[in-house]
Design a protein around this ligand. Structure first.
Ligand code: NAP
Length: 267
């Protein structure tokens, strides 16, 4: 049965031109939302996502909006463009994210700043503008961050990425606490290994994919659609009493998979 949880709701999704963000945009459209699809470099891909959202919800309003989330003025303009079309906003999905792997002794500070800029500074600016809007309306609002299992699991050779997600955990909790009494909920989804373009290094290489999947207790990578469902739940009224939480959707990756066998107790 088609859900109608978001009929008449206005949703902004950052980084919705690809991967998980694309699946989230389509999922919200399927559930009745009007969707603003943010993109950075992928104008054509964003337009293709817009068309899929329009097909999923022909009665809804679907727009694309370009912005570099790390750029404060770009984000302010993105909100102005979105609110001009929608009038109000109910949900922000803070999804944009990048990674630049390198051994930590070789990390270029420009790359470090770029990753922290998009993943952490960008997520904060977008959240700040959403909160400003929710407060100005005196209305309820929901923000969901796209974090990662690396919010809590260290990731050598991806330290800027890993600490951006660690910071996101505290941002989720701090904002949730600060605005809980204003009807604003702030949560995060922490995906594990998901088949998207960010993981080009292994998704098209069967040997590398099988190596990745050998570390996952459920034995497989996740799909963007599986993650989109978690975002829809956290943003919806079904999660009305949940705030400041990260819901890990990771096939068991956060369960210390090395302990599948009782190697530490000698049994
Ligand atoms: P993806 O397919 O590479 O998508 C990344 C998205 O971020 C694209 O839409 C891209 O837009 C956007 N983006 C990049 N730089 C931006 C900027 N400066 N301003 C605005 N948007 C920007 O990757 P994905 O796997 O779907 O990742 C989405 C989120 O999920 C990220 O936060 C990532 O950390 C998180 N995540 C992914 C996995 C996984 O296994 N895939 C696991 C855990 C967490 P353009 O293409 O238009 O430039």
């Amino acid at each position: 049965m088609q859900s109608t949880r978001f009929v008449g709701k206005n949703v902004l999704i950052t980084g919705a031109s690809s991967g998980i963000g694309e699946a989230i945009a389509i999922r919200f459209a399927q559930e009745g939302a009007n969707v603003a699809i943010n993109y950075h470099s992928g104008a054509d891909r964003a337009e293709a996502v817009r068309a899929k959202c329009a097909e999923a919800n022909p009665k809804g309003k679907m727009i694309t909006v370009k912005a570099d989330v790390a750029d404060e003025q770009d984000v302010i303009n993105m909100y102005a463009a979105t609110l001009k079309e929608f009038g109000t906003l109910d949900v922000l999905i803070n999804n944009s994210g990048i990674q630049k792997p390198a051994a930590s002794d070789k990390v270029e500070m420009a790359d470090y700043d770029k990753v922290i800029g998009v993943n952490l500074r960008g997520a904060f600016i977008c959240a700040r503008e959403a909160i400003k809007h929710f407060l100005s309306r005196g209305a309820k609002g929901s923000i969901v961050f796209n974090s990662s299992v690396h919010e809590i699991i260290p990731k050598p050779k991806y330290v800027p990425y890993s600490i951006s997600k660690g910071g996101m955990e505290n941002m989720t909790k701090s904002l949730a606490l600060e605005y809980a009494d204003k009807g604003i909920r702030v949560n995060a989804c922490g995906p594990g290994a998901i088949v998207t373009p960010i993981n080009m290094a292994w998704i098209n290489d069967p040997k590398a994919k099988s190596e990745v999947e050998s570390h996952i207790p459920m034995g497989r990578a996740g799909t963007s659609e599986e993650i989109a469902g978690v975002f829809a739940f956290l943003a919806s009224d079904e999660a009305s009493y949940i705030t400041g939480q990260t819901l890990f959707a990771c096939g068991g990756l956060t369960l210390y998979p090395e302990f599948r066998v009782a190697w530490s107790s000698g049994e």
